[in-house]
Design a protein. Structure first.
Length: 541
């Protein structure tokens, strides 16, 4: 996942938003819907976290969970801008938070903040977290941004001075939320451990955010109660339930029967049916989630760029987007959000089945009498993996399977629960896959070195395509070393052109996220980046 922009407050975001209330008469007391449980919000979620410690967690569910239970130094608001949380203000040149040489960041923390167990939360907790992230004994999922730190000073318990080895335009992202950003962890609980890989905290964390996890019913629900010690004061809600519902069909059914109040990311084949459900509000927003086919370039069958390009050209991606996903999403030309100032100009791969066959011939893959291509002793037998939670994704795999059969590639479907697909010991991060069909989420800064730079091939990061290219490494690195947007934009254009040439992935769409929620719910605001739970302390029902 990408780091974030140091100057995100200048972001010009062209996200599409809309909000529609759908029918329904209020029959409950006080003019509420009869099914509303006052003060208790029920979230319908397709997945649950794979680890409750942000350092070790990989799924999108974790980022939504973290927004509920942890307080980072900064959040992202519904416009994609930094929103001070534990920090009193965003570091800038004007307030002295960023030095003139761009290599020293000073953050001032709020006083009086406490963990849910009553212990004070201070700069010492952030320093401990930095040391834990960098501790080689810990299985930290991503080090991006943290390895740029030369040293840390604490002039007092409420001031953090971070000295960078070299300028990093996206460094503030490591202090925010999502990806390689980790909130302060409690030194008083974890500081005496040689490593925290198996700490009780990883499944029973205390809270610095709006909510306390009361109970985790694995595979069924997570139940939350207000954190009365949260520095803003307790949330307006009295209880929050996270219902784990892996099937989108069941999610929709429970939205219809009003057993859940929120269904975020409504499946494309269900959107048109939302108008038939009474008492809900439907909103839409273009968000920084990009669906893509990723290649494991370390596999001999996929190490030749001609093979990857052949696969890219053999599939009718427009048809998949229009038919399987009903045309609701915006075709993706790259992995940089189209609303970003850094969005590049990159063409789509052409649909050319005959050309795909010629590429495979040129790469030495010859069609055998069994209808499968062979090269020496190897046969072109591949697998593709996605999460088991969404039928449309499986239908897309079937379309790819049929398309690749036409050019002599045997594609077997091997799917997993999302929590395992993205786990540290799962197929993506261990390289035990050929093709993956998944969603990735960006933060506000266009920095994508964590996804493509060879320094971040697992276990050192999230470059799960295993691509290793000097041009990509150089441009992705250089783009973080200047704050000049014109220079950065040119570097990202060059990097994305190289990615297009090497085909470590095929980008299908940017998600137009449809959210359906109980019309009694107030102050729920979709966000383009990281998590919709960013302001849960304001929710009311």
């Amino acid at each position: 996942m990408n780091a974030r922009r140091l100057v995100a407050f200048l972001l010009c975001l062209s996200a599409l938003t809309a909000c529609t209330q759908v029918g329904g008469q209020k029959a409950g007391s006080g003019g509420r819907n009869s099914w509303t449980v006052p003060g208790h919000l029920r979230l319908g979620m397709p997945d649950e976290p794979d680890n409750l410690n942000p350092m070790f967690a990989h799924t999108a569910a974790n980022e939504e969970f973290d927004a509920l239970i942890f307080a980072p130094l900064f959040r992202y608001d519904d416009k994609g801008e930094y929103y001070p949380e534990l920090a009193t203000e965003l570091p800038t040149y004007q307030n002295g938070g960023i030095s003139k040489d761009n290599k020293t960041i000073t953050v001032h923390l709020r006083r009086g903040v406490r963990w849910s167990d009553g212990a004070p939360l201070t700069a010492r907790d952030w320093r401990f977290t930095y040391r834990a992230v960098m501790n080689p004994r810990n299985n930290t999922k991503l080090l991006y941004g943290w390895t740029d730190i030369a040293s840390v000073q604490l002039p007092d318990d409420y001031t953090i001075v971070i000295h960078l080895k070299k300028a990093n335009a996206g460094f503030l992202g490591a202090l925010a939320a999502g990806g390689a950003a980790y909130p302060p962890l409690p030194e008083h609980l974890l500081g005496s451990l040689p490593d925290i890989n198996k700490a009780t905290f990883n499944s029973q964390p205390i809270s610095s955010g709006p909510w306390i996890l009361r109970k985790w019913n694995h595979g069924a629900s997570l139940e939350f109660i207000p954190n009365t010690r949260y520095w803003r004061g307790p949330p307006k809600l009295e209880a929050l339930s996270w219902r784990v519902i892996p099937s989108v069909d069941t999610l929709f059914a429970q939205l219809q029967t009003h057993e859940i109040d929120v269904y975020d990311g409504v499946s494309e084949d269900q959107i048109d049916r939302l108008k038939n459900i009474s008492g809900i509000t439907v909103s839409k927003k273009l968000i920084a989630n990009w669906r893509h086919l990723e290649f494991n370039t370390s596999k001999p069958e996929l190490s030749d760029v001609r093979t990857r390009l052949a696969i890219a050209q053999a599939v009718d991606w427009d048809r998949i987007n229009d038919v399987i996903y009903h045309g609701y999403n915006a075709r993706a030309h790259s992995d940089i959000f189209p609303g970003s100032w850094a969005a590049p100009n990159i063409p789509l791969y052409k649909y050319d089945v005959a050309g795909a066959a010629r590429l495979l011939d040129a790469a030495g893959w010859k069609l055998g009498p069994d209808g499968i291509r062979h090269k020496g002793e190897r046969a072109m037998h591949l697998t593709i993996s996605t999460g088991t939670n969404k039928q449309a994704n499986i239908q897309a795999e079937v379309q790819m399977q049929q398309a690749l059969k036409n050019i002599g590639i045997d594609l077997a479907i091997r799917n997993y629960p999302v929590s395992f697909l993205f786990a540290q010991n799962g197929p993506l991060y261990t390289g035990q896959y050929f093709l993956s069909w998944s969603i990735a989420t960006n933060a506000a800064d266009p920095d994508n070195a964590g996804d493509w730079n060879s320094k971040f091939i697992p276990p050192h990061g999230a470059n799960t395509s295993w691509i290793h290219d000097a041009t990509i490494d150089q441009t992705s690195e250089a783009a973080t070393r200047t704050f000049d947007r014109s220079q950065r934009k040119a570097l990202y254009q060059k990097e994305e052109e190289r990615l297009h040439q090497l085909v470590p992935a095929v980008f299908l769409y940017w998600e137009n996220s449809y959210n359906a929620h109980n019309s009694d719910l107030k102050n729920y605001k979709q966000a383009p980046y990281v998590a919709n739970n960013w302001n849960s302390w304001q929710w009311e029902i």
